[in-house]
Design a protein around this ligand. Structure first.
Ligand code: AMP
Length: 317
């Protein structure tokens, strides 16, 4: 049976509500405007701990000037209704001053993994993500924190930050939830017009084409080229990057950018058949809306990465 989660805003309210939750805790961090992808994180969280804590916070430090911080949808009442259906116990929806009672002069630089792909286009983004996630984990003290593969690079960054700062939390990844038309669910999809929404389907189609090429044994560069050809055939999509990375280390395996990532990150992901697990990532603007998506792909040769390369469309112009 589900029940309405307890809603808290201040740090004191959060601490008081947490003290009433004995047992293990799972944390799901969101920026709100919740959809079925977020709710899947909460469902999985229920399986992993006695209590589920959800945070709803549009974090200013991860947005750069000119990004959509002000326009980002804020729908707390609807979010609370949605969370009631999946059985979250506690919601923390702080104001910026509750998270940052003093101006943040301390920064966290997650290192090379935060400087490629999303980190290249949004140079301050992952420092802001690392800061808010570290603070919230320290305030909530969960046993496990769940993050979606939708933001695969964020997940890799947080694993690196939590591991290297010895933050005692287990990270649990959740697969991407997609709409029936293949588009990955995102709070930003509501910015898309009907036409743009149709064009946006090309992103997941492109990833699937790349995955099919990988399954047929294509080389990393060929996998990326196949993926790119779908985006170009669709037209009207402003590609930021396509990259093939090792799913475990985030080492970049195909494209045009060369940045070493490996140090301090996880070991390469080798599957039971000896192949290496990869992930193709894509970022593109459809109209004025910037979308990201990714898909896991098997890579035939586990031992011989083709180079540390990613393709930033802007670099090629
Ligand atoms: P956000 O509110 O966009 O910051 O997302 C909060 C959490 O939900 C992050 O860990 C995201 O990766 C995850 N998430 C967002 N969309 C999806 C999706 N379509 N499938 C799985 N997880 C998602």
């Amino acid at each position: 049976m589900t029940h309405r989660p307890v809603l808290t805003h201040t740090r004191a309210e959060l601490a008081d509500a947490l003290s009433r939750l004995p047992g293990t805790k799972a944390l799901v961090m969101t920026m709100g405007a919740l959809h079925s992808g977020h709710l899947q994180l909460v469902r999985e969280a229920r399986e992993l701990a006695d209590h589920v804590i959800v945070t709803i916070f549009v974090n200013p430090t991860q947005f750069a000037p000119g990004e959509d911080f002000d326009a980002y949808p804020r729908t707390l009442d609807a979010d609370m209704d949605a969370l009631e259906t999946v059985g979250a116990d506690l919601v923390w929806a702080p104001a910026p001053q509750d998270v940052y009672p003093t101006p943040a002069t301390v920064t966290i630089d997650p290192g090379p993994i935060a400087r490629v792909l999303e980190g290249k286009t949004r140079p301050t983004h992952f420092a802001g993500v690392a800061l808010v996630c570290t603070k919230v984990v320290n305030l909530v003290r969960p046993d496990v924190a769940l993050y979606g593969q939708k933001d695969a690079q964020q997940l890799a960054v947080l694993r690196t930050v939590f591991a290297q700062l010895d933050i005692p939390v287990r990270v649990h990844p959740v697969p991407i939830v997609r709409a029936e038309d293949g588009v990955a669910l995102s709070s930003r999809n509501q910015y898309l017009s009907d036409d743009e929404r149709i064009r946006a389907r090309a992103l997941s189609r492109a990833l699937r084409r790349g995955a099919e090429a990988a399954e047929a044994g294509a080389e990393p560069a060929q996998i990326v080229a196949q993926c790119r050809s779908v985006i170009e055939a669709e037209g009207g999509i402003d590609l930021d990057y396509i990259a093939l990375v090792d799913a475990g280390t985030f080492e970049i395996l195909a494209g045009t950018e060369s940045v070493p990532v490996g140090e301090g990150t996880a070991a390469p992901t080798i599957l039971s058949d000896g192949s290496r697990e990869g992930r193709i990532l894509i970022a593109a603007k459809v109209g004025t809306t910037r979308l990201i998506d990714n898909m896991e792909v098997p890579l035939r040769d586990a031992c011989a990465p083709a180079g540390r390369l990613a393709e930033h469309a802007g670099d090629l112009a």
